[in-house]
Design a protein. Structure first.
Length: 327
């Protein structure tokens, strides 16, 4: 008898070349250089070979540019869920006013729906940007879930690395002073949970970090570790999956464009960890990662997983009310 696999989810932050350059403070990002025409067919083929349907978080500025339309429409045509990743992809989104955040989310929503015919139900903040104001806007605009939380303690270390490899001015440093989160993020729940807000509750689906140790294990980290030792990287990943199974955490696995692109594809992103590897090397690592993930879990889109979680919560609530546990 086949063992029933626990549920999990997978998502892809479709950060374009210009977004990495912008966050790093590199000149030339204003022309919005793009690798989507190379990346998207490669990723879609990889997912199709595994019969995987996942969630892609799309940046509004990319949806606004005609040169990216074919790639973005191909994602929707392949049956993947499209999520909202803000318009300007600025990881300091949490610093903005209610009105500015409304514009960032609302403008992207309209562009995605117009281009793909899919109205986003979920949002992920750029650079895991997270704030009560953003959650309030999401609820007001009818969003079903947020997926911005990264419960880890290494955010300040990642931020320090970015600062060391860039040449930011004082004002730019100040703007990025919460890039990748803070130590307190380590104490956020690993499992999906409802977050209260002025406009009502919204479901939060965190990017899963390793239970107990609270260190990330999404694909970019495994690839980075593999630059030192492929065996180390894959052992780390398998340990994370085992801990998820042991603790009952249904992991939300995150993918990024540079997991599929190597130094042979993009030459000016050498500052990013793992970009000394060729794309073929990364594909080999990703193949092992995703095949292991799919062997252990039944993988859903974030939207499908959110519906499952909400249905379970509603079922428990109904049973509790019938039993007189809650009023």
């Amino acid at each position: 008898m086949n063992q029933i696999r626990p549920l999990a989810s997978a998502s892809f932050d479709l950060d374009n070349q210009w977004t990495y350059m912008k966050t790093h403070g590199d000149v030339g990002w204003e022309s919005f250089p793009s690798y989507l025409d190379i990346l998207v067919p490669r990723v879609l083929q990889f997912l199709a070979e595994r019969k995987l349907t996942i969630t892609f978080f799309v940046v509004g500025q990319d949806a606004a540019l005609p040169k990216n339309h074919c790639a973005l429409q191909a994602i929707a045509a392949s049956g993947h869920e499209i999520g909202n990743h803000s318009f300007s992809h600025e990881p300091w989104l949490h610093l903005y006013s209610h009105t500015r955040i409304e514009e960032e989310i609302g403008r992207t929503h309209e562009l995605i729906e117009l281009l793909t015919g899919c109205a986003p139900r979920g949002f992920r903040g750029p650079g895991y940007s997270f704030s009560p104001t953003t959650l309030e806007v999401l609820k007001q605009q009818g969003y079903y879930y947020d997926a911005s939380a990264l419960p880890t303690w290494i955010g300040p270390l990642a931020r320090a690395y970015y600062f060391m490899t860039s040449e930011f001015s004082g004002a730019e440093l100040e703007k990025r002073n919460a890039l990748f989160g803070s130590l307190k993020d380590c104490f956020r729940p690993l499992k999906p949970h409802m977050l209260p807000g002025k406009a009502g509750e919204i479901l939060e689906i965190p990017v899963t970090t390793m239970p107990l140790l609270r260190v990330p294990f999404h694909a970019s980290y495994i690839i980075y570790l593999s630059t030192f030792s492929p065996t180390l990287g894959l052992s780390y990943f398998h340990s994370a999956l085992r801990l998820c199974r042991l603790t009952g955490v249904q992991p939300s696995l995150l993918l990024h464009p540079l997991d599929f692109l190597g130094c042979d594809d993009v030459s000016n992103l050498a500052f990013f960890p793992g970009m000394n590897m060729r794309s073929t090397q990364k594909t080999e690592i990703l193949t092992t990662i995703m095949d292991s993930f799919c062997d252990r879990f039944c993988v859903l889109t974030l939207g499908e997983y959110a519906s499952h979680v909400t249905d379970l919560k509603n079922e428990v609530l109904v049973k509790s009310r019938k039993a007189g546990v809650v009023s």
